[in-house]
Write a protein that binds this ligand. Structure first.
Ligand SMILES: [Zn+2]
Length: 164
């Protein structure tokens, strides 16, 4: 069974968020951090990183699990409202990094293969397409702000706390 890794990339990103040093930081929620993805090939790609370094969803206590899924859904809705995609892909895989995190990919009919998962259609490292779609704090500041504003609206309208 895969366990949480010593040199964990998600723990590193969570620490950057806490230190105010993550270039894609969108918002801190009760159970995790929303950050813009390193690649913006799928414009608006956002991650929701669990504060708890668990490997699998079922390892979270029920109330925390429900809260985590609720907050991930709020982040997904904010991304949807910000970029108005054709479809959203929300994925929790963790094959490489064994610390729960959600990938939220806005999908468009103009994607290289709109019917397939994003994996396999990402630009290859070292190409100009890869470089031009990397997270750029200056170019992406407005996008980050738009997602944050949408998230704030959604969270104001939503019931809070695990009991709700
Ligand atoms: Zn971790």
């Amino acid at each position: 069974m895969a366990g949480h890794q010593q040199e964990c990339e998600i723990c590193k990103r969570v620490a950057e968020c806490r230190a105010g040093k993550h270039p894609g930081f969108i918002a801190e929620l009760e159970t995790g951090f929303a950050v813009l993805g390193d690649s913006q090939q799928f414009r608006g790609y956002t991650l929701f990183l669990s504060k708890t370094p668990a490997t699998e969803l079922h390892q979270l206590a029920r109330a925390a699990r429900v809260r985590f899924i609720e907050e991930m859904t709020q982040v997904a809705e904010a991304v949807h409202n910000a970029v108005r995609p054709h479809k959203l892909n929300c994925e929790s895989l963790g094959n490489v990094v064994h610390h729960i995190h959600w990938h939220i990919f806005p999908r468009r009919k103009t994607d290289p293969d709109p019917l397939a998962p994003v994996w396999g259609q990402m630009h290859k490292e070292g190409t100009s397409e890869y470089a031009s779609t990397r997270l750029d704090p200056a170019r992406d500041a407005e996008l980050i702000e738009t997602i944050r504003t949408e998230l704030t609206k959604i969270r104001k309208a939503a019931p809070t706390g695990a009991a709700n």
